[in-house]
Write a protein that binds this ligand. Structure first.
Ligand SMILES: Nc1ncnc2c1ncn2[C@@H]1O[C@H](COP(=O)(O)OP(=O)(O)OP(=O)(O)O)[C@@H](O)[C@H]1O
Ligand SMILES: [Mg+2]
Length: 428
C-alpha cells in the first residue's frame, strides 16, 4: 500500500476477482465518495447499463484504458478515465486501476430532438435549421435515405410551427396509382367515378390549418405534378369531378430519398415544382455517416426494449457493438431498431451477443469470398444492394413483408427497389 500511496494520482488496487483491496486518498477527493474495500469496482464504475466493455475486458484479463460516464450523481460535464494494469503475470494477482477526470464529450453531447437521438454535429445543425424553418410557412423538402428519420423531421416541423394545434397529415406518393392519388390529395365530388357517392375531401382539405406531408414526392407522376403545382400557385384545389375551387390552408413538407435535381435533369420531375417545394432543403445524413450515433441509438433502443419486459438486456458484448458500428446500415435507424428487436427475440440472457445479430451484420467481418452471393439475376452479382435484398428474401422465405422488415424498409420501398434493380421478376 505504501507503494500505492507513492503513485502520483488517484488509484485503486483490486484483487483477482476485481474487488477493491485498497485505494489512495486521492480517490475520495476525486469521486466525492469512499470506495469501500470489498466492493466490485466494475459494478461501482460501470453500473449495469448496456455498455460495459471495461468490465468485460477486465474479466477477460485484458489491460484497458477507457472513458466512462461519471459514476456519481453529479457529473457536471465530467467523465472518468480509467487505466487498469494487471499487477502480476496472471489476472489472479490483481490489478492497479488509475483514475483521472476528463471532460465528458460523449454524454453531454447526446441530444433528443422530437424523437431523434444524436450526438452528431451535422444532425445538431439540422435540428437548428428545423427550429428556424418551423416558424415560417415556407415549404421544406427533406432528403434522406430510407429509415433515416424523414417523417420524424416532418413531424418536428409541424410540432414546432404555429400550426401545431392543427392536423398533420401524411400521404405517400409512391403507394398509390395516379388516379387514386389524385382523389386522395384533392378529394372528389359526388358522382366523379363509380362508387363516389358523396363529396369527399382530400388531404389538402383535411390538413387545413395544419401540415401536409408529401412523402416520396419524386415518385409522383408528371401529370399529377402539374396539378399539384397549380394548387400551390392558386392556393385552392378543385376536387376530382368538381368545379368550384376550394381554398386550402396548408404548410407543405415533402420528402424523398432521391436527388430531386437529378430527377429534374432526367425529365422525371418538373423544375418549377421542385423550386416551389424546395424553398428550404434539408439533408438527413445516413447512419453510416454518423457512426458515433450507433452506440447511442443501441443504448436507447435497448432501454426501450427493456421497458417491454420480455427480456432484460444489461450489456451489449464488445464484439456485437463493434459489428454494429462497422455495418453500413442501408435501412438506417429503422433497420437498427429492427435488428435489435430481432436480437432480443433470438438471444437470451442479459447480454446481447454477436451471435444474436442477423448474419449480414454478424458475418460482415468474414472475407468476401466466403459470402456466397445469390445467383439471383445478372444484376445481383454486381450490385451489393440487389444481393442484400436477395439474401433478405431468402431468409424470409420469399415473404416480402418480412424481407422488408429485415432490411428496414417499407414494403413499398422494397418492391420499388426490386423493380429498379431488376430482381422483381425473378420471383414475382
Ligand atoms: N435519430 C433517431 N433516433 C431515434 N429513432 C429514430 C431516429 N431516426 C429515425 N428513428 C426511428 O427510425 C424509424 C424510421 O424513421 P422515419 O419513419 O422517420 O424514417 P423515413 O426517413 O421516413 O423512412 P422511409 O423513407 O422508409 O419512409 C422510426 O421508427 C423512427 O422513430
Ligand atoms: Mg417515411
Amino acid at each position: 500500500m505504501a507503494a500505492l500511496q507513492a503513485l502520483a494520482g488517484p488509484a485503486v488496487v483490486l484483487d483477482g476477482s476485481l474487488r477493491v483491496r485498497g485505494s489512495t486518498g486521492g480517490v475520495r477527493d476525486l469521486l466525492g465518495f469512499d470506495v469501500v474495500e470489498g466492493v466490485s469496482l466494475p459494478s461501482l464504475l460501470c453500473g449495469s447499463g448496456p455498455k460495459r466493455p471495461v468490465a468485460e475486458a477486465m474479466a477477460a484479463g485484458t489491460p484497458v484504458q477507457a472513458v466512462l460516464p461519471w459514476p456519481g450523481p453529479d457529473a457536471q460535464g465530467r467523465a472518468l478515465r480509467v487505466r487498469s494494469m494487471p499487477i502480476g503475470k496472471s489476472k489472479k494477482d490483481g490489478w492497479v486501476v488509475l483514475l483521472e477526470v476528463v471532460p465528458d464529450e460523449d454524454a453531454s453531447d447526446a441530444v433528443l430532438f422530437h424523437g431523434m437521438w444524436t450526438r452528431d454535429a451535422k444532425m445538431k445543425r439540422l435540428f437548428k435549421v428545423v427550429e428556424r424553418a418551423a416558424a415560417d410557412d415556407v415549404p421544406v423538402l427533406v432528403r434522406g435515405e430510407t429509415g433515416s428519420g424523414k417523417e420524424l423531421v416532418a413531424q418536428a416541423l409541424h410540432a414546432l410551427s404555429p400550426r401545431a394545434a392543427g392536423p398533420f397529415r401524411a400521404i405517400n406518393c409512391a403507394a398509390l396509382p395516379a388516379n387514386l392519388l389524385e382523389s386522395e390529395l384533392f378529394g372528389h365530388a359526388r358522382g366523379a367515378f363509380t362508387g363516389a357517392h358523396k363529396d369527399t375531401p382530400g388531404h389538402f382539405q383535411l390538413a387545413s390549418g395544419g401540415t401536409l406531408f408529401l412523402d416520396e414526392i419524386a415518385e409522383m407522376p408528371l401529370d399529377l405534378q402539374a396539378k399539384l403545382l397549380r394548387v400551390l400557385e392558386a392556393g385552392a384545389v378543385i376536387p376530382v369531378g368538381g368545379r368550384a375551387p376550394v381554398p386550402v390552408d396548408v404548410r407543405i413538407v415533402s420528402a424523398t430519398h432521391r436527388a430531386l435535381r437529378q430527377e429534374v435533369e432526367s425529365g422525371r420531375f418538373r423544375a418549377d415544382l421542385m423550386y416551389r417545394l424546395r424553398v428550404i432543403p434539408l439533408f438527413l445524413p445516413p447512419l453510416r455517416e454518423r457512426r458515433g450515433d450507433v452506440p447511442l441509438l443501441v443504448e436507447k433502443v435497448v432501454e426501450e426494449l427493456n421497458r417491454g419486459r420480455r427480456r432484460r438486456v444489461d450489456s451489449v458484448s464488445p464484439a456485437a457493438m463493434l459489428a454494429m458500428e462497422r455495418y453500413a446500415w442501408p435501412g438506417n435507424v429503422r433497420e437498427l431498431r429492427n435488428v435489435l428487436a430481432y436480437a432480443y427475440v433470438i438471444g437470451e440472457g442479459t447480454t446481447l451477443e454477436l451471435t444474436d445479430l442477423p448474419p449480414e451484420i454478424a458475418d460482415a467481418d468474414r472475407p468476401a469470398q466466403e459470402v456466397t452471393p445469390e445467383p439471383w439475376t445478372a444484376a445481383s452479382v454486381h450490385d451489393p444492394e440487389a444481393a442484400r435484398i436477395a439474401r433478405a428474401l431468402e431468409r424470409a422465405r420469399g415473404n416480402r413483408e418480412q424481407a422488408a422488415r429485415l432490411l428496414g424498409m417499407s414494403r413499398v420501398t422494397l418492391w420499388r427497389r426490386m423493380r429498379e434493380l431488376g430482381v422483381a421478376s425473378a420471383r414475382a
